[in-house]
Design a protein around this ligand. Structure first.
Ligand SMILES: C[S@@+](CC[C@H](N)C(=O)[O-])C[C@H]1O[C@@H](n2cnc3c(N)ncnc32)[C@H](O)[C@@H]1O
Length: 238
């Protein structure tokens, strides 16, 4: 199915398939949740490095990351792992993700079990994750880290979110299959909620995504993608 209409389907209509045991795949969107080579390393290359992290955390009292598409929580878990290694006393990270089809705890656990490097984060997330995620799931996971997952369409979630995002992980399914997550309207809102000098990064490189990001107000840079992908995009709010 392409251009899946999020108003027409609920979580129950978006079953997961598992490939190679622990690799989630969405038949509704016809896409994997992350690259098949190594989603954790992809997160580091695309989302952390693309947003100048962890370097930008230095000297910042509080840092707000927004993410379109929480999925398995892999990006969050890897970001939290790196944050714990880098942070100084008194700093706080808030990771706010927007997700239409929140997964169950056992699904998150199955996917994240692939990486022993994020064992601690997987267990802590699993312990805190509600049985029926709805509304805004807000978890103070440690004294310096808060995770919020805003359940529902990203467009409405971002529209209602406060200003002041420092960085964005744009991680919808492939733009050709999940147009809702890459629309000019949504990316405009994303930019509007970003601080001057704030940033975004995405694995996507489609022309219409790039044009929407430029029209929204980002100075967009093309970089080499992860694992042989020719391009990815990142940029700064100009
Ligand atoms: C590529 S996956 C995200 C992977 C995730 N960041 C991770 O670390 O596992 C894309 C996610 O976007 C969600 N999604 C698709 N359309 C959406 C929409 N309109 N609003 C919010 N979330 C949406 C899907 O349910 C899916 O979880």
């Amino acid at each position: 199915m392409t251009d899946t209409d999020p108003d027409q389907i609920g979580r129950a209509n978006q079953p997961l398939e598992w490939r190679d045991g622990d690799m989630p795949y969405s038949p509704a969107f016809g896409d994997h949740f992350y690259c098949q080579t190594d989603g954790r390393l992809e997160c580091d290359h695309v989302f952390l490095a693309g947003n100048g992290l962890p370097q930008r955390w230095r000297g910042s009292n509080s840092f707000l990351i927004g993410e379109l598409g929480f999925g398995t929580g892999l990006n969050f878990a890897e970001t939290w792992r790196q944050w714990k290694l880098q942070r100084s006393h008194g700093q706080h990270l808030h990771f706010m993700s927007f997700e239409l089809y929140p997964m169950r705890s056992d699904e998150i656990d199955r996917a994240l079990s692939h990486w022993p490097e994020i064992d601690a984060e997987r267990r802590a997330l699993g312990d805190a994750w509600p049985e029926t995620p709805q509304g805004t799931v807000s978890l103070a996971l440690d004294a310096q880290t808060t995770l919020s997952v805003v359940c529902g369409r990203a467009f409405e979630g971002v529209a209602a979110a406060r200003q002041g995002f420092d960085a964005w992980y744009l991680d919808g399914f492939a733009p050709s299959r999940n147009a809702d997550m890459w629309s000019a309207e949504l990316l405009h809102l994303v930019c509007e909620k970003t601080i001057p000098g704030g940033s975004f990064a995405t694995y996507a490189a489609a022309g219409f995504v790039r044009r929407n990001l430029i029209a929204a107000g980002f100075a967009v840079e093309r970089r080499g993608g992860f694992a042989g992908k020719r391009e990815m995009l990142c940029g700064i709010k100009s």
